[in-house]
Design a protein around this ligand. Structure first.
Ligand SMILES: [Zn+2]
Length: 316
């Protein structure tokens, strides 16, 4: 018997979103939780940092948490990864089978392995660790559409930021310009890649004449935790969106320096000097119940600043 098969057009998935899952520093307070962010870039789903309770907030905000195949951990202060073992074992209990890779400081592998061994847990899925290093700007992951780089931050212990970058897309065929030539269908592919071709009548056709440039590749920079550090500017330059920690108001600059954190004003200065389009500030100290003073301080320097409120989806 023949079955009817529905044919759906393949539509390229161009979403690039950042969902805030946690925005407090150190502890959960004022309804805020430790750091975690869910990133969707085309068909890739990433988790950056995984503070305690991240799995509950992924459920709460209905992100595609089971599609996460790559997790990036910035550093080993507990408020950035204490949710990891819970998430890994929940995936296991729910019969996850697809492999998972965790990028993070070298010690993380031992920590997780010890917890798995101590509880006699044997995972159903393949878990791979890729050690990050805080010495340079490094490409640590790539697929067809995406690149992820790590870069050094300045904090109390080795810490990296992450730059999530879209790869340049294909050029777009311009139908009205194309209609002036008689071109083999197979050559469309080459034109989209920017390669010049020869039309059926022998005329040479420049790709630039019959196609339009793709949109500029988008960039998201995650910068937490760190003191004010201009060394990172070349890595995050011209980012469409920067997340920068802003643990304190600038009146507590000394405290920020002592704990190797930044102030809202400093986060804004970094965004301004990096020529970013937008800034999100987060990693708020529990001493602040109201966040508007932090926002106002940052906006004085960089008006296009928003608060990393949990559940907010930032679209690039
Ligand atoms: Zn920290």
């Amino acid at each position: 018997m023949l079955r009817a098969i529905a044919h759906f057009p393949i539509i390229p998935h161009l979403d690039f979103n950042v969902t805030i899952l946690g925005s407090n520093s150190a502890i959960s307070d004022h309804g805020r939780h430790p750091t975690a962010q869910f990133i969707q870039l085309h068909h890739s789903y990433f988790l950056i940092d995984c503070g305690e309770g991240t799995q509950q907030r992924m459920l709460q905000y209905k992100v595609k948490w089971f599609a996460v195949n790559h997790i990036f951990i910035s550093h080993l202060h507990g408020d950035h990864y204490f949710g990891l073992i819970g998430l890994l074992t929940t995936y296991n209990l729910l019969k996850r089978t697809q492999p998972l890779t965790i990028f993070g400081p070298p010690l993380l592998q031992q920590i997780i392995q010890l917890q798995l061994d101590a509880s006699g847990t044997k995972l159903n899925y393949e878990l791979t660790f890729a050690a990050t290093s805080d010495d340079d700007f490094r490409l640590i992951f790539e697929n067809e559409q995406t690149e992820v780089y790590s870069f050094p931050l300045k904090h109390k212990i080795p810490t990296t930021g992450f730059l999530v970058k879209e790869k340049p897309g294909e050029r777009k065929l311009n139908k009205s310009k194309l209609s002036q030539y008689d071109i083999e269908k197979e050559d469309y592919k080459l034109l989209k890649q920017g390669i010049d071709i020869t039309a059926k009548n022998g005329l040479s056709v420049k790709a630039a004449d019959v196609t339009d440039a793709p949109h500029a590749p988008r960039k998201y920079a995650f910068c937490s935790d760190t003191i004010y550090n201009e060394d990172m500017l070349p890595y995050i330059a011209d980012a469409d969106l920067i997340y920068h920690e802003a643990t304190y108001l600038h009146e507590s600059e000394e405290r920020a320096q002592e704990t190797r954190h930044s102030t809202a004003l400093q986060a804004a200065q970094i965004a301004q000097k990096a020529n970013a389009k937008r800034l999100i500030i987060g990693h708020f100290s529990s001493r602040y119940h109201q966040l508007s003073p932090l926002l106002e301080e940052a906006q004085l320097i960089f008006p296009n600043t928003e608060l990393a409120l949990e559940g907010t989806v930032f679209k690039l």
